[in-house]
Ligand binder design. Structure first.
Ligand code: ARG
Length: 459
């Protein structure tokens, strides 16, 4: 079979090379974007008179048929046609003969592939923004449902202070909001049309790039043809955003895995999102959460892949760049799959509120409150810290909580301590009195939920 570029060659490509060179195995995924781009290109060629209007119409009609043929499974892509771009061009020429050969006027595969991949990435970004919105709604839903549940908050994974479970969950909502904002900023930076850059230096034909940008929904046109064909920042930024987004999911999964352990028993994953052991009959493992944590590693790998691919490439296009696709596809598909499993996994998990509350009562999570009480009675914070530390030490020795100490004993430590202390260090009050902006009181958490709801409406 003669190659589309075969004119200057005397020998056939070796079959080993054909296999090695071909990308159709993975870039066939781009068929839809390739056809959309070609339809816009052909329409533009017809409009400005580079080809006739009838020719443009014939090409567009045939391209639409090819799309249907592909979707109904009637097309077999061929390795010898290298990639999706040439496979479709060959199909076109098979369908309409010589007119099909005119499609590639004023275009190179270099600007064509840059266009296709960018449109693919843009669609993924839009889909992920939608999924993250659903994720935010899920986080809000479980926060609202469990608004009063108290749990220990941790630093160094040591019990630190009592917090509302909903406050902890809404922390992940803040992360998801930033993930959405990053993707929106991706759109404002990268929704730029590369087509019309030619092989690297533009074209001698009087093309209308604005028309193509309008047809394909691009906000801007790239203003340097060399950059147009060689820029893959849009993949790097996408995978950078994916890595951060996955890291957020992974951190939550890590918490859920710990909380699912019998030692914590703060949550129970629904059977639907857990699996068992082939050997140990009693086991129920939080596999979905573990897999999200695990898949985070592969998305980081995808990012390192594209960064390393690009670091040594001279301008403009180099064939190395054919390797830009699988990491993008993998990163996008993995991120999407992970958000999709997180939503029902979190929605269906059982919140063991009593266990959380009991844990919050232990571990002296109200020690800071005790010190704050002393400050409010006039003591300097550093002194209050010391007195509280001594009381904590006394309680550890006696194996009791602070609130179990009776008032006479407290007075031995310091006479300013009075009966009102007990209310002040009650676990519920410990949360409710933290009413500073962004604090863990239900008042503040409800405010943050309201704000998040307003944000969601504007996405
Ligand atoms: N399959 C190629 C890629 O994915 C398309 C561009 C090829 N361009 C070229 N001049 N060989 O990058």
């Amino acid at each position: 079979m003669e190659k589309l570029w075969g004119g200057r060659f005397q020998k056939n490509t070796s079959s080993l090379m054909e296999d090695f060179n071909s990308s159709i195995e993975f870039d066939s995924k781009l068929y839809e974007y390739d056809i959309l781009g070609s339809i816009a290109h052909a329409s533009m060629l017809g409009k400005v008179g580079i080809i006739s209007k009838d020719e443009a119409k014939e090409i567009v009609k045939a391209l639409k048929e090819i799309k249907l043929d592909i979707e109904s499974g009637n097309v077999e892509f061929k390795t010898e046609h290298e990639d999706i771009h040439m496979n479709i061009e060959v199909l076109l020429t098979e369908k309409i003969g010589d007119t099909g050969k005119k499609l590639h006027t004023a275009r190179s595969r270099n600007d064509q592939v840059a266009l296709d991949v960018r449109m693919y990435a843009r669609d993924q970004v839009e889909e992920i923004i939608g999924l993250l919105k659903e994720w935010l709604e899920t986080l809000i839903e479980i926060s609202e449902k469990n608004i009063d549940v108290i749990m220990p908050g941790y630093t160094h994974l040591q019990r630190a202070q009592a917090i509302l479970f909903s406050h902890n969950i809404m922390a992940y909502a803040q992360m998801a909001k930033r993930d959405i904002e990053r993707l929106k900023s991706w759109l404002s930076i990268h929704n730029v049309l590369p087509l019309g850059s030619g092989a690297l230096s533009g074209t001698t034909f009087p093309i209308d790039r604005q028309m193509i940008a309008n047809m394909l929904g691009f906000d801007q046109i790239c203003m340097n043809s060399i950059d147009g064909v060689s820029d893959r920042d849009f993949i790097i930024d996408f995978l950078g955003n994916a890595s951060v987004g996955m890291m957020h999911l992974s951190r939550m999964c890590e918490e859920l895995i710990i909380w699912s352990s019998q030692e914590f028993h703060f949550v129970e994953m629904d059977d639907q999102y857990s699996t068992g052991s082939s050997m140990m009959p009693q086991k129920k493992n939080p596999d979905a959460a573990e897999l999200v944590r695990g898949k985070t590693a592969r998305v980081y790998g995808d990012l390192i892949n594209i960064l390393t691919l690009m670091k040594g490439l001279p301008l403009a296009y180099n064939k190395d760049m054919q390797e830009d696709k699988e990491c993008l596809f993998d990163g996008a598909e993995t991120w999407i799959k992970c958000i999709k499993i997180m939503i029902p996994m979190v929605k269906t998990m059982k919140i063991c509120d009593k266990n959380m509350e009991n844990a919050a009562k232990g571990g002296f999570t109200n020690a800071t409150d005790f010190a704050d009480y002393l400050v409010k009675k006039g003591m300097a914070f550093r002194d209050a810290h010391k007195v509280t530390g001594e009381i904590v030490h006394y309680c550890i020795e006696k194996n009791i909580n602070i609130e179990d100490v009776d008032i006479d004993k407290f007075k031995e430590f310091n006479s300013i301590i009075e009966e009102d202390l007990y209310d002040f260090i009650d676990i519920k009050n410990c949360c409710e009195l933290r009413n500073s902006i962004g604090g863990t009181s239900s008042n503040q958490v409800l405010k943050s939920i309201e704000e998040m709801k307003k944000y969601i409406e504007k996405i």
